[in-house]
Design a protein around this ligand. Sequence first.
Ligand SMILES: CCCCCCCC/C=C\C=C\CC(=O)SCCNC(=O)CCNC(=O)[C@H](O)C(C)(C)COP(=O)(O)OP(=O)(O)OC[C@H]1O[C@@H](n2cnc3c(N)ncnc32)[C@H](O)[C@@H]1OP(=O)(O)O
Length: 286
Amino acid sequence: MLRNSLIGSLRQIKPILCSQSLRSLSNGANSGLTTIEVDDKSGIATLSMNLPPVNTLTLNLMHDLIDSINQIECNKSRGLILTSSNDKVFSAGLDLKELYKPDQERLKEFWTIFQDLWLALHLCGIPTAAAINGHAPAAGCIMATACEYRVMLPDFVIGVHATRFSFLVSKWMMLSYQSVLPRRIVERALNQGKLFSTQEALEVGLIDEVAGSKKEALAQCAAFIGTFDKANPIARTLTKRMCRDSDVTELLRDRAGDLRACVDYINTPLFQEGLSAHLEGLKEKK
Ligand SMILES: CCCCCCCC/C=C\C=C\CC(=O)SCCNC(=O)CCNC(=O)[C@H](O)C(C)(C)COP(=O)(O)OP(=O)(O)OC[C@H]1O[C@@H](n2cnc3c(N)ncnc32)[C@H](O)[C@@H]1OP(=O)(O)O
């Protein structure tokens, strides 16, 4: 929808083709792993990830997220708040089981939909904010940085700790991180595989605010979305797109090349051994 038309021309406004009314959001053909609630007064949509136990980004959850983002945009909501139904985990990032000894065709589909999700969030025409009500490692952090504002609850962690398991990240994932944090901090944090506590994340600017509860986090995100009330929505969308153009172009100019590089890397013994040890570590934690 909006994202697809943007791929053709990043600077054009999509004609509004969607005809659903604002309050009639349903999850249509998706797997029901997300829910959308639209506040009657503010017109702001809250999009919750709901895949127990830890909102791993499976093919189905990513599909549902993209579908929900498209629905919210098409229904002309005033803004989108991304959050989790789980009160301890925002998202545990990509589903590691999809990366371990993968079926090659499925892995291609998996990585492509992850690219799609990043584009959907990055190019979402309405204001976006993340209410981070739990841990947000790896792709959980990348999703949050693709939003325009982040409010987090205390005593959780956020960051991209890929190097701890011999993982690399694609350049567009790094750019997302770098759109929020200064380059020197990103370089250090990525190389260390650092997970920031809520307080550390606030101090470096990875998050914008801390909230005492999920309710407060949602209210703070809504207040942020309200700050755009005086902006013309079309001018705002075009300006957001212009600001994000170079990061998005980095992925769009060679999506197939990114896919090839990732698939190749995931198939290396270095990656598979690191992943196997990481999966063991998660089991042994119990
Ligand atoms: C040239 C360019 C090359 C580029 C190549 C790119 C290749 C791809 C490389 C990197 C990609 C990075 C992006 C990612 O997102 S990778 C995912 C990384 N995520 C993690 O490492 C998070 C791991 N999970 C945790 O740390 C914890 O689970 C936490 C989120 C903190 C929650 O802790 P807790 O509440 O205690 O829950 P449990 O640990 O007990 O987990 C419950 C069950 O869920 C399973 N689990 C957790 N995370 C994942 C995951 N990401 N994928 C799959 N499964 C996961 C966990 O094992 C438990 O399962 P079970 O109950 O069966 O034991």
